[in-house]
Design a protein. Sequence first.
Length: 163
Amino acid sequence: MNPILSAGLLIGMLCSLWTLVMGFTGWYKDPALANVFFVVIPIEIGGLIWGLRRTAPARGYGGQILAGTMMSIVAGVIIIVSSLVFTTVLFPNYFAEVEQTYRATLLQQGKTEAQIAAAITASAATATPMAQAMSGFVGTLFTGIVASAIIAMFVRRRVPAVD
C-alpha cells in the first residue's frame, strides 16, 4: 500500500480509537481528564514519523512536507467521519454533557449566572457535530503541516557526499 495512504489511515484510525476511549470511559465529562484527549497529537506525530520514514528515500525536504500534509488530509477525512459518528450516533448527548461540565467548572470558578450564560452562548456556535468534526480536521491538518516540516529536517533522503 502507498505509504502516504497507509500512514494517513493509521493516524486517522488511531486518533478515532483514542476518541472512543475518551467517550466510553467518560473522560470527556471530567474537567480534570478532558485534556487527555490531546494525546491525539503524539499519536499523529508518531504516525507521521513512521510514514515520513517510509517516503524519505524518494523525497527531498519539500516533498516530505507535502507527503506529511497528504497523510494528515487522509487522517483528517477519517476523523471527520468518526467525529460525526461519535457525536450523533454513539454519544448523542455529548454536547449537552460537555455543556453541563463547562457550567459546573464556571460555577466552581465563581462566575455569576449571567457570565456563565454568556460563556455558554459564545461557545454554542462550535457545539455542533459538523463544527466539532471540522475542528478535528483543521487541527489534524495544522499539526500535520507543522510536524512534517520539523520531522522532515531529520527524516529525509540522504544525498551521498561528493569527495
